[in-house]
Design a protein around this ligand. Structure first.
Ligand code: BGC
Length: 779
């Protein structure tokens, strides 16, 4: 748990006022900078001490064996892992021959600030060496949103005593020592020293190193260049080897004198381009960075973020803790996808090696809903990535004896990497989640070209999967059996309500896309029989319902299972309870039926929702970080606003408070994005239905005002919500909204205000399983 005394609550930044060595790995994740292409963990400039050193490139991965004690048909034989590549953020400082190392000497002051508007990480420190020489250091780091391949660091040292001999070593280092990736020696062997040197070059002020990944053979170029502000007496040296390059500056400073170096970094990688091409690309990026200069890069970073916040900010009154957390989350969500450009957005973004760097349904289910309405081009790029792995998904469907495309449960480059078959060969809902993201993107942007060229193919191929997976029983009802839904404490269930409703929606969306683009449908081989079959399946989908309890059954038979007593249990349950028992009990790892209520809300009445929330709240243990957001949204909808507020805090603070004790491995992007959903969809009551946005706001007592902004078909919507009223303003275009069930046209520049009445709940707030009530919102 992060000691939050060192992290004051501030609206636009995350400030660590003193260095917590015990939390170094967690803060490296919190302070990670990325643009979706380059990811730099918040490692200290001098590299040591560290929790987990990390420099990543989106999509860059190594293969490793997936060993099985008992193999089975269709099990993937190898997995993919993100690898840490050439580290360019290393700058070592020696003061009178003694290396700056915060563990030695006297660290008189240490502060790090992640500025969410500037897009920079600033570090200020004052250190006295063991021999008694004091220096002041200020570093500012950024990963550019405007220049995809560029990162930069400004490093400034001030001597606090006369005759201080300073040596600065600015480096590129490949194959940095890492904590062991796995206990399995085969996996460790594949991932230790994953880079093979290809070539190295240097000039007066920098160097370029080319490496290849051992197994995947991907070519990586890393380059550094420097801009100096040095006294004339400074001595400069360059050295380069296979796995490292170093620029050294030696100078003697008098008290008050400074030396400043701006380090420019450029990265590129490719699986198909040649060495000269990558080297030139890196070199060009460095020249371009030089042309912008430090000030230019800083200014462009600020402008990019100004534009982002203008259409994405969430402003809160009454809850400063949540205010900080939701902006922190939005910033990281932006970082994960802004310039990913047809590479996977991983569950941890590029903030750490957790989950091997894999992307899951988290992307389409939780991250894209935010990006679609705030940075639509990033959502488009993420869906283009899915489209780019369609052939692999088709191949996978074949292996599984199915039609269409079976998208991987977890992957970096498109191949199924789940060694757990109830996920890798049964959690098919990922297909429908992708289809839903495609539909949401189309609704929000009216991007006709995307719909025709990309969207339709994703919809058709995922629809084909559902048709081949489902079947009609002798009464005509359509079932999907043997699947794993979002709740992974159930597996191979029949008629999982979430999966069935999402599959039905997928089938209808595919049919509608074919009607919009008949020629494309023909190209894709869709005939009238297929269209009819999709519609028919969707119309007759099975939705299990327990009449006696008057609730939906998460899957067939679920409500008949034994209850699971969590008293005395330790969480997450899967570490201490056998899966067999979890599967046979009414205990949900995460929102599943509740997610169906959220995403497929039109299929349920208000009374259904109230009863289902009541039933499943009592059985959901939130052993996944994906859960709290859905619980927040649904609790808000049925009127448990205070409970929803607690869940919103949990989703937003997942990493700032390290609530799952695993923030060291990277941030939880789905939960951070989910904090936005908790506020916008939960308290703002935003839903999208049939291409229309509707709002039904209600605030909990602890939030007195909520404002948010989003982009819809080229226009900008500003909302302003209090307990008494809600205002909606259109900008840059007209908007049509559904407010209180009525269609309201908002011409650009106009505001419409509605009065709000307090929301009443049909049922009292439900309890959670013992030991799993969410903490009350932090004050
Ligand atoms: C959750 C999955 C999720 C994965 C990655 C698991 O614990 O149960 O739903 O996709 O984590 O975040």
């Amino acid at each position: 748990m992060i000691d939050h005394e060192c992290f004051p609550v501030e609206p636009w930044q995350l400030r660590e006022s003193s260095l917590g060595l015990a939390q170094l790995a967690q803060t490296e994740s919190l302070f990670a900078l990325s643009n979706g292409h380059i990811g730099l963990r918040g490692n200290l400039d001098e590299g040591e001490p560290h929790g987990i050193p990390g420099t990543y490139l989106g999509g860059l991965h190594e293969v490793r064996p997936l060993p099985y004690a008992e193999a089975g048909y269709g099990y993937p034989e190898s997995g993919q892992s993100v690898v840490s590549i050439t580290n360019g953020k290393l700058i070592r400082l020696l003061v009178d021959d003694e290396p700056l190392d915060v563990r030695y000497g006297d660290l008189r002051h240490h502060e790090r600030v992640l500025d969410l508007r500037a897009g920079t990480l600033t570090r200020d420190l004052e250190w006295t060496s063991p021999a008694g020489k004091a220096v002041r250091v200020r570093t500012v780091r950024l990963v550019s949103f405007t220049h995809r391949s560029i990162a930069a660091i400004s490093y400034e040292v001030e001597a606090l005593a006369d005759d201080t001999r300073i040596v600065l070593q600015s480096e590129l280092v490949a194959n940095e020592e890492q904590p062991p990736p796995s206990d399995d020696p085969r996996v460790s062997a594949a991932l230790t020293n994953p880079l093979v040197a290809v070539s190295s070059d240097q000039d007066d002020a920098g160097a370029i190193l080319l490496h290849r990944t051992k197994g995947t053979g991907l070519l990586i170029g890393a380059g550094m260049d420097h801009l100096f502000e040095l006294p004339d007496s400074a001595v400069l040296e360059q050295d380069v080897r296979d796995d490292w390059a170093r620029t050294t500056i030696a100078v003697t400073l008098q008290a008050g004198e400074r030396l400043r170096v701006v380090k420019l970094l450029a990265y590129g990688w490719s699986g198909s381009r040649t060495e000269p091409a990558i080297r030139d690309q890196v070199s060009a990026a460095l020249t371009s960075a030089r042309a912008q200069g430090w000030d230019g890069l800083v200014q462009q970073q600020r402008e990019a973020l100004d534009a982002f916040w203008a259409g994405a900010d969430v402003y809160l009154e009454g809850d400063p803790v949540l205010q900080q957390a939701v902006r922190f989350g939005l910033f990281h969500v932006l970082q994960s996808g802004a310039r990913a450009e047809r590479r996977a957005i991983a569950a941890k973004g590029l903030t750490g090696p957790g989950y091997d760097g894999h992307a899951f349904w988290d992307t389409e289910g939780f991250v894209l809903p935010v990006l679609t309405l705030t940075v639509p081009h990033a959502a488009r790029d993420a869906l283009l990535w899915r489209h780019s792995i369609l052939d692999k998904a088709r191949e996978r469907a074949k292996v599984l004896g199915l039609q269409g495309a079976a998208f991987p449960w977890r992957t970096i480059a498109g191949d199924e990497c789940s060694a757990y078959w109830p996920a890798g060969t049964a959690a098919f809902h990922v297909n429908a989640d992708i289809a839903y993201a495609v539909e949401r993107y189309r609704a929000a942007t009216a991007d006709e070209a995307f719909d025709r060229d990309i969207g339709i193919e994703l919809l058709v191929e995922t629809a084909r999967l559902w048709r081949s997976l489902g079947h009609h029983d002798r009464h005509g009802t359509w079932h999907i059996d043997g699947v794993t839904g979002p709740d992974e404490y159930s597996a191979l269930a029949d008629d999982n309500v979430f999966t069935n409703l999402m599959a039905a929606r997928n089938l209808r969306a595919a049919a509608a896309a074919c009607m919009r683009h008949p020629h494309r449908a023909e190209d894709l081989g869709v005939d009238p029989e297929e269209l009819e079959a999709w519609r028919d399946a969707a119309a007759s989908v099975a939705i299990p319902y327990a009449e006696d309890l008057q609730v939906h059954s998460q899957a067939a038979g679920f409500t008949r299972y034994r209850e699971f007593d969590t008293r005395g249990a330790s969480f997450p349950l899967f570490l201490t309870v056998p899966y067999g028992l979890l599967y046979a009990s009414q205990v949900c790892k995460q929102a599943d039926l509740l997610l169906a209520l959220h995403w497929c809300g039109e299929s349920f009445t208000a009374e259904d929702k109230a009863r289902n929330v009541d039933y499943y709240e009592r059985r959901t243990v939130r052993d996944s970080s994906l859960s709290a957001t859905t619980q927040a949204v649904m609790c808000a909808e049925v009127g448990h606003l205070e409970l929803a507020h607690a869940y919103a805090h949990e989703a937003a603070l997942i990493d700032l408070r390290d609530l799952q004790d695993n923030g060291a491995n990277g941030l939880h992007m789905a939960s951070l994005a989910g904090a936005w959903s908790a506020l916008v969809e939960g308290f703002g009551g935003m839903r999208e239905n049939d291409g229309r946005l509707s709002f039904d706001p209600a605030l909990p007592s602890g939030i007195t005002r909520l404002q948010f902004h989003l982009r819809w078909r080229g226009a900008l919507l500003h909302t302003d919500i209090t307990h008494e009223r809600a205002s909606f303003t259109a900008d840059d275009g007209d908007l049509t909204l559904l407010l209180g069930g009525e269609e309201v046209l908002l011409p650009s520049g106009s505001t419409h205000t509605i009065a709000l009445t307090p929301r009443t709940a049909l049922l009292p707030p439900p309890p959670q399983p013992p030991g799993r009530a969410p903490a009350a919102p932090e004050r």
